[in-house]
Design a protein around this ligand. Structure first.
Ligand code: CS2
Ligand code: MN
Length: 357
């Protein structure tokens, strides 16, 4: 297992690499070129600059999160071949610089979605929060505008301005696109990129839909066990793998998160894991909780045990955190609470490893 930390790059992430290096047990970051629009090639030179900076801080960057998939690929438009070609070039360039895993998602239009980015808790901390009843009363544009307003001037993953400029147009393009169509488009994408991955030694790790249910009538096809099963079967290669995210799948109490880790770990199809906790507040209504089991509804010990026993070589990160101790920054991606999460997860890991000896 390698413990990592998501980092958006200088000028995009308020957290200095040196602070990440100071968290005990962190081997590296999950990095990204934040300035890149979906569909653009990441050049070897640009990737090299990121790597030099990260390595100079004494950290590794073996995982990229994310190389975003252009909407035309998800929609199956004629222009997709060009974007798939670019994606392959980016993968080749990343491999040249030692990247082993690329996390991505295949969510239509949005990445993760919340109704509040700074929900106030009694203890004065704030967290990400979601209430479906509220979403049902809003248009996609309204939720996008609210999110942009609440994000402290920083762009959140999946909410890049160039993507959102086209929001109405893209929502229209999705009209009539069924889940079956979406699966066919997904398979086409995988068939286009997995041979390159196999050749250059990269594993693709798809991140599940967050929250784990349908939204605005969009064809979401990655939010339960059977979806993950269908995806890994589309192209049966270890390079076609998963990034299992406990908090995303766990937003839906019908998903048995430890069992999902165990099954796909045993099948050799988990390349990365996001490990965080959620607290259920009602039907399709939750907030993000601190990492320890006792503060939320997921059994974090059972999750870490499933990872330990079935896929001990994965890259892990604590995913999101609350804002505590007066920290200001990118909602969901604070330093302090994610560092606490790491320490807790490493504590579970040490206990698991010593007990099994
Ligand atoms: C992640 C997602 O940090 C996060 O919230 O869980 O944004 C994830 O990085 C993307 O969906 C992967 O493409
Ligand atoms: Mn996640």
């Amino acid at each position: 297992m390698k413990m990592t930390f998501r980092w958006y790059g200088s000028g995009y992430d308020p957290i200095p690499l040196q602070y990440i290096k100071q968290i005990p047990g962190v081997s590296g970051i999950m990095g990204v070129l934040s300035g890149k629009a979906a569909g653009e090639v990441w050049t070897s030179e640009e990737i090299g600059e990121l790597m030099d900076e990260v390595h100079a801080a004494g950290l590794e960057c073996e995982v990229i999160e994310s190389v975003n998939v252009h909407e035309d690929i998800k929609l199956g438009l004629d222009t997709r071949d060009e974007y798939i070609k670019n994606y392959c070039t980016t993968l080749e360039n990343l491999a040249e610089h030692g990247v082993k895993v690329v996390i991505y998602n295949f969510m239509p239009v949005f990445d993760w979605l919340r109704t509040e980015l700074a929900h106030e808790n009694e203890d004065g901390s704030t967290c990400l929060y979601y209430d479906h009843a509220e979403v049902e009363g809003m248009t996609p544009r309204e939720i996008v505008e609210r999110t942009a307003q609440d994000s402290a001037g920083l762009t959140l993953p999946g909410w890049e301005p160039e993507r959102l400029e086209r929001l109405d147009e893209v929502m229209k393009l999705y009209e009539g696109v069924t889940k079956e169509d979406m699966r066919a488009n997904y398979r086409y994408f995988l068939e286009g990129i997995i041979p390159t991955c196999e050749r250059v030694g990269i594993r693709m790790a798809v991140h599940p839909d967050d929250p784990a249910w349908d939204l605005f009538g969009l064809p979401r096809i990655c939010n339960k066990r059977d979806d993950l099963d269908a995806i890994v079967k589309m192209v049966d290669s270890p390079a076609n793998a998963l990034c299992v995210c406990s908090g995303s799948l766990g937003s839906n109490p019908d998903n048995d998160v430890p069992a999902i880790f165990r099954e796909f770990g045993q099948r050799g199809r988990i390349a990365a894991a996001h490990v965080r906790n959620v607290k259920y507040l009602g039907y399709k209504h939750f907030q993000e909780a601190p990492h320890p089991s006792e503060t939320g509804d997921l059994d974090m010990h059972a999750i870490m045990e499933a990872i330990y026993e079935t896929c001990p070589d994965v890259y892990i990160r604590p995913d999101h955190g609350r804002m505590i101790w007066g920290e200001e920054g990118r909602p969901g991606y604070p330093l302090y609470d994610r560092a606490l999460g790491i320490t807790y997860l490493l504590g579970l890991w040490e206990a698991l490893s010593k007990r099994s000896r």
